[in-house]
Design a protein around this ligand. Structure first.
Ligand SMILES: C[S@@+](CC[C@H](N)C(=O)[O-])C[C@H]1O[C@@H](n2cnc3c(N)ncnc32)[C@H](O)[C@@H]1O
Length: 281
């Protein structure tokens, strides 16, 4: 029964996984950019490892809102190749556990963390956000960026988040949600087809989270900021300065995915939201 409930997950993982070693492709790109692989810093990786709109700026903003402390343990749900987890561990000094469904991403995340000396403070587990392999009340904070759009059962996802949070803990999200103007154009970076995309309107997401007992602290629609960032990305591309990092992750169809993302954004088919919730102490 559990397998049926979670049946889209193997498709989601196959959407993200690609042939060949991802770490190898990223290291080649870093070498081509003139970086010394023996002296890589977490900041050198940011063009490649922040797999969400508005890049590391979005990660910094969410970190500022959540303000994790050095002695705290944070879960990054749907961590991708571990960029935000490394950023938190490096900049905030906290310990971060990243969890992701896509095995090659977890492997890549571990390899990249080891490269920049952060494997002590960031570790990675392959698993499903709908059945977190953690005891209850183990994390001071849980955060997730651009992963919920692949997950149909939002109620269950947020129940899992609330379960693993300590009383007094904090949950932060930065996610793509459904816009008022209908479905996005496919493929988009999170899905080749409509069946693997599970966008919910902001009010539905908010209600699903509040139903777990978490209390809203902050809710901000960042769609206008995402549009401005998209305009800048197009200008950079036209000037021959495009960030090629995400294309290394998603392969040759990335250009089409980004064009559809942009079109969907400007046609109000998607909304981008940042939010923080507290678990009562
Ligand atoms: C667009 S990426 C974002 C990665 C990362 N949060 C970041 O911002 O760099 C979405 C990630 O969510 C993961 N994902 C999708 N469904 C998941 C699930 N049910 N459980 C855990 N991870 C999931 C995917 O494997 C992918 O790595």
């Amino acid at each position: 029964m559990l397998a049926i409930l979670m049946s889209p997950s193997p498709n989601v993982a196959s959407h993200y996984a690609r042939e060949g070693t991802l770490t190898g492709r990223i290291l080649s790109a870093l070498t081509a950019a003139g970086k010394d692989l023996a002296r890589l810093s977490p900041a050198d990786l940011t063009p490649y490892d922040q797999f969400h709109s508005r890049g590391h700026r979005a990660t910094e903003e969410l970190a500022q809102l959540l303000s994790p402390q050095a002695d705290q343990l944070v879960l990054d749900l749907g961590c991708g190749i571990g960029g935000p987890a490394r950023w938190l561990a490096d900049q905030r000094g906290c310990r971060v556990v990243g969890l992701d469904l896509t095995e090659v991403y977890c492997l890549t995340a571990r390899e990249l963390s080891a490269r920049v000396g952060l494997n002590g403070r960031s570790s990675f587990v392959c698993g499903n956000g709908l059945a977190l392999p953690f005891a209850e009340a183990g994390f001071d904070q849980v955060w997730t960026q651009h992963a919920a759009m692949n997950i149909a059962d939002k109620a269950r996802l947020y129940r899992e988040v609330a379960r693993v949070l300590k009383p007094g803990g904090r949950f932060g999200l930065y996610d793509v949600m459904a816009g008022p103007a209908g479905d996005p154009h496919f493929p988009v970076p999170w899905s080749n087809k409509a069946e693997w995309s599970h966008l919910m309107a902001p009010q539905g997401v908010r209600e699903a989270i509040l139903a777990t007992g978490l209390k809203e602290r902050h809710w901000r629609d960042l769609t206008a900021e995402a549009k401005a960032w998209s305009e800048k990305a197009v200008a950079a591309q036209q000037a021959g300065q495009a960030n090629t990092g995400p294309a290394i992750i998603l392969g040759p169809s990335f250009a089409e995915m980004v064009a559809n993302l942009r079109r969907s954004l400007f046609e109000d088919r998607i909304t981008v939201v940042q939010a923080v919730f507290d678990k009562p102490g």
